[in-house]
Design a protein around this ligand. Structure first.
Ligand SMILES: [Fe+2]
Ligand SMILES: [Fe+2]
Length: 538
């Protein structure tokens, strides 16, 4: 421990004050109680905390939540917070939240400690614990305030788990494990996880799948926030009205004003970036949440009216949230970048899923109107990125996005939104080369055929010109992207340098395969005014 001078350790008061912990507020009412009649483990022999992971609150400079799980109910779950130089100084009780898995009847218990009043750009240490078990340690760094400093974040989607569980129905590869230390080595401030997390919805052992997922990722996620978007494979039909109850229970995400849809969409600020996480199943035409295994094995599936096809489920609530968030971010002098983290894509060059017309109809006009800079997504299991796009190609009935500029290495996002597909997290089905047409075109889902709760609606696709596509990697099955943010450059610009790291199946070596820079002028007020006064071409 770094103590100087007298040779005596600091007093508890000095620790609290120096560590900036005095302002940490403690919890909040329990929203979702654990199922009744859960037997508490005795103090002796309590199972240890596991699956530890960190999330930012709405203000990354001052708010963090730490979450974990236990294999059985425990007594007095809590977190001890401190600073590396001073040890642990403050104890914060954790909220218990649980759910019952519809497929197996298992009870899952999770714990969440919310921390507020933290100091910006500061390294903290913590332990999570409960009576009768050894603490588990982690660390996190809060975000910088405004333009005070640069930072790095990383992103991928579509990970799955590193080894088979149950009957092995869900996807798994060694790369789902290898990618975690590869991310950790880059020491990002946070990680954006673009949906399709564990793929528990296609597993015969969904709880074990989630356990594998978090215990694999905790090597990084206990030390930096992994901020998720809910993908189609988070839809575990039977777990809550839209199948997201497991996702909602396991993560503690910034409040979106809705109890019912908590965590499905949310926003947070880190430095001069506003990140907005969306759930695209609300607008996608594709029937992506369907699971034949759950249809055939969730007790009472038909009698309960379970249905994984949930397009339109929020009745516009998510869209209203998105427009409010975008308008507020664009008005703010504190925000230079708007980044959307979501799962399914607006554009794709692959006959894998394809882009989804529902996203073009519902989200892209708002992205245009409020000048979203970057979208990170997954769903397609390859790497591809667009030029900045705004508006649509003249006369396009498919609403094909119109590229603004032709330089694939340096892009000005004040002219349009860059879309990235980063779907190589670790799943077992990379987009095959045969899914890409020659000559290069785009693939779009325009509707679905007949289906029901019992029969998946088939996607109906068409092809289109793809002048929006700036770069795609047909050869590298696995990878993630890093983003180095410089909030203020000489000459009055701000930039993000993006590097895609790729690896082959079975290889733990993730090496740089692609790099480009997004740069835009600071002081975007005039351009904001132009945006506000320009009707989109849709
Ligand atoms: Fe997906
Ligand atoms: Fe996926």
């Amino acid at each position: 421990m770094e103590t100087e001078g007298t040779g005596q350790g600091p007093s508890r008061r000095q620790v609290l004050s120096a560590a900036g912990l005095a302002a940490v507020a403690v919890p909040f009412a329990t929203r979702r109680q654990a199922p009744a009649l859960v037997r508490r483990a005795g103090v002796a022999g309590a199972p240890p905390p596991e699956q530890v992971h960190v999330q930012f609150g709405a203000d990354a400079a001052s708010q963090v939540a730490v979450s974990w799980a236990t294999a059985a109910a425990v007594s007095r779950p809590r977190l001890r917070l401190g600073r590396a130089s001073f040890g642990h100084g403050l104890e914060v009780p954790a909220e218990e939240r649980g759910y019952t898995e519809a497929l197996t009847g298992e009870t899952v218990l999770t714990y969440h400690a919310r921390l507020r009043g933290l100091h910006p750009d500061t390294q903290y240490v913590y332990e999570v614990l409960h009576d009768g078990a050894a603490p588990v340690a982690g660390t996190f760094r809060t975000g910088p305030r405004g333009r005070s400093g640069g930072f790095r974040f990383t992103s991928f989607g579509d990970q799955a788990i590193p080894a088979a569980v149950g009957l092995g129905l869900g996807p798994w590869t060694p790369n789902a494990g290898f990618i975690v230390p590869a991310v950790e080595r880059l020491d990002p401030l946070f990680h954006l996880f673009n949906g399709d997390l564990s793929y528990a919805n296609v597993s015969d052992a969904p709880v074990a799948t989630w356990t594998s997922f978090f215990n694999n990722n905790t090597r990084s996620a206990a030390n930096r926030p992994w901020m998720p978007a809910a993908g189609n494979h988070e839809n575990e039909v039977g777990n809550g009205p839209q199948g997201y109850l497991s996702y909602q229970t396991r993560f503690e995400l910034p409040d979106n004003g809705s109890d019912e849809f908590r965590g499905n969409w949310y926003a947070f600020t880190v430095g001069t970036i506003r990140v907005i996480s969306l759930n695209n199943d609300d607008v996608c035409l594709q029937d992506g949440g369907f699971s034949a295994f759950r249809r055939d094995n969730v007790p009472g599936y038909t009698a309960n009216g379970d249905n994984p096809y949930i397009i339109g489920y929020s009745s516009g609530e998510q869209q209203r949230f998105l427009e409010r968030e975008l308008a507020r971010a664009r008005r703010s002098d504190e925000i230079d970048w708007i980044i959307v983290c979501m799962h399914q894509v607006a554009m794709s060059s692959a006959h894998f899923n394809g882009g989804d017309l529902g996203i073009r109809e519902n989200w892209l006009p708002l992205f245009d109107r409020y000048g979203v800079d970057l979208v990170v997504a997954g769903h397609e299991h390859h790497f591809e990125r667009s030029f900045p796009v705004r508006g649509v190609l003249p006369g396009s009935t498919l609403l094909t996005p119109a590229p603004q500029g032709t330089d694939a290495s340096l892009m000005d996002t004040s002219t349009g939104t860059v879309h990235m597909i980063i779907g190589g997290g670790g799943h077992s089905t990379p987009t095959p080369v045969s899914d890409f047409d020659t000559p290069h075109d785009g693939v779009l889902i325009t509707s679905v055929g007949p289906g029901s709760a019992q029969v998946q609606h088939p996607a109906i696709t068409t092809t289109e010109p793809a002048p929006w596509s700036a770069y795609r990697d047909l050869q590298t099955p696995y990878g993630f992207a890093s983003f180095d943010v410089v909030p203020h450059e000489r000459g009055g610009t701000t930039s993000i340098t993006v590097t895609h790291y790729g690896a082959d199946l079975g290889s733990p070596v993730y090496s740089p395969r692609d790099q480009f820079v997004m740069r835009k002028p600071l002081g975007m007020d005039r351009q904001r005014d132009q945006l506000a006064g320009t009707a989109t071409t849709r």
